[in-house]
Design a binder for this molecule. Structure first.
Ligand code: ATP
Ligand code: MG
Length: 351
């Protein structure tokens, strides 16, 4: 019997609706499988907690989280009550940084039964591996001069270590999929960092002679996400390029409510964190219509990470069947509730 100890932070808004739904699915998986169990420990750290305590999580919160195998998070943010920079930096970004979650992975996949904005969505099934700790999002730079002479300088930081580990992760991931890795570059326009990125990509690729590789400039690559997403398997990109590509990925899937994500710690010192792409969605909170699929798919990614790939696949299949049978929340064109959709997925897992 393998037991997994998971820290659960439902967070704000619909996080409190979709996280319990995903936990129902995980408990159903454990029940059906028999050889695995979960121990979920709930942490009520969110904007309400902040309003009571003046802090998003207790001082020793990170210490507490560190002993868990993984963190399962809903959504953070209640902009009407707490400014985003407080809620995000006080919890989400703090965990990502302190726990060295240097890679962000986001799959995007065509699901039968969801209307994609693409007229011909083909059958795409791709994963973006985004470098999550450095690159263009750096604090190095500043401003000089005043008024009309003012100049803003923004430096991008690409370390060999940071670049290499993201690229290597992509190759490892591709080896378990179709074996194809695409590198997002812009070495025709960005003078120093992108030729460096290309060099490291080439260097790492030598360790994976069986992998097929491609390299596109980010502008062309972004266009291909829309015109022919089926050509991709695993795409590796810098922090900024990855940020943009993953949003396009969620968009071509048809709803932000179904897009999953994971923040991965590679050195094994700290837990990884699993959170869907969507936010707390205050506009639909409390109505019982939040799409639970983004959170459930995120749970599938957590299962994969815990070494339970077979169970992860079962969750994905059940989810796809539910959607293709028309049991869908309003954001993907149906009239089912969060509860109805979740129950249908659980029912299929029990079959
Ligand atoms: P954040 O800053 O936290 O990312 P946001 O306002 O940018 O928040 P979301 O909270 O993700 O973005 O919401 C964007 C829109 O998508 C909202 O109108 C919301 O209703 C819708 N939405 C988000 N998640 C879901 C979901 N799970 N099911 C249905 N609709 C959703
Ligand atoms: Mg958002």
């Amino acid at each position: 019997m393998s037991k997994h100890e998971i820290a659960v932070i439902p967070g704000d808004g619909i996080g409190n609706e979709v996280v319990p739904a995903a936990l129902d699915v995980l408990n159903t998986v454990a029940e059906v499988h028999g050889g695995i169990s979960f121990e979920f420990t709930n942490f009520p750290w969110n904007c309400d907690y902040y309003l009571k305590h003046g802090i998003m999580m207790p001082e020793d919160g990170l210490n507490t989280l560190q002993s868990f195998e993984a963190i399962f998070l809903g959504a953070v943010g209640d902009p009407a009550k707490v400014a985003d920079h407080i809620s995000l930096w006080g919890l989400l970004i703090k965990i990502r940084r302190e726990f060295e979650q240097v890679i962000n992975i986001r799959p995007a996949k065509f699901i039968n039964g969801i209307v994609s904005p693409l007229t011909n969505p083909n059958d795409f099934d791709l994963i973006v591996v985004r470098e999550n700790s450095e690159g263009e999002y750096s604090e190095v730079g500043g401003r000089i001069h005043k008024g009309e002479d003012q100049i803003a300088i923004q430096n991008a930081i690409f370390t060999h270590k940071g670049t290499e580990r993201a690229i290597r992760y992509a190759f490892e991931l591709a080896a378990k999929r179709k074996g194809h890795v695409t590198s997002a570059t812009k070495s025709n326009g960005i003078f120093h960092s992108m030729p460096f990125w290309d060099e490291v990509f080439k260097e790492v690729s030598l360790d994976y002679p069986e992998a097929r590789t491609a390299s596109y400039h980010i502008d062309a690559l972004a266009a291909f996400f829309v015109t022919k997403p089926h050509i991709f398997d695993v795409i590796v990109a810098s922090n900024l390029f990855g940020d943009i590509l993953t949003d396009i990925g969620a968009a071509i899937m048809g709803s932000i409510g179904i897009a999953p994500a994971a923040n991965i710690n590679l050195n094994g010192k700290y837990p990884s964190m699993f959170e869907p792409v969507h936010g707390s969605a205050p506009d639909i909170c409390g109505k019982g219509i939040a799409n639970p699929v983004g959170q459930i798919w995120t749970a599938k990614m957590m299962l994969d990470h815990l070494g339970q790939q077979e169970l992860g696949q079962k969750v994905l299949t059940a989810m796809e069947e539910t959607i293709s049978n028309g049991i869908k929340t309003p954001d993907i064109g149906g009239n089912a509730s969060t509860k109805e959709m979740t129950e249908d997925i659980c029912r299929r897992l029990k079959k």
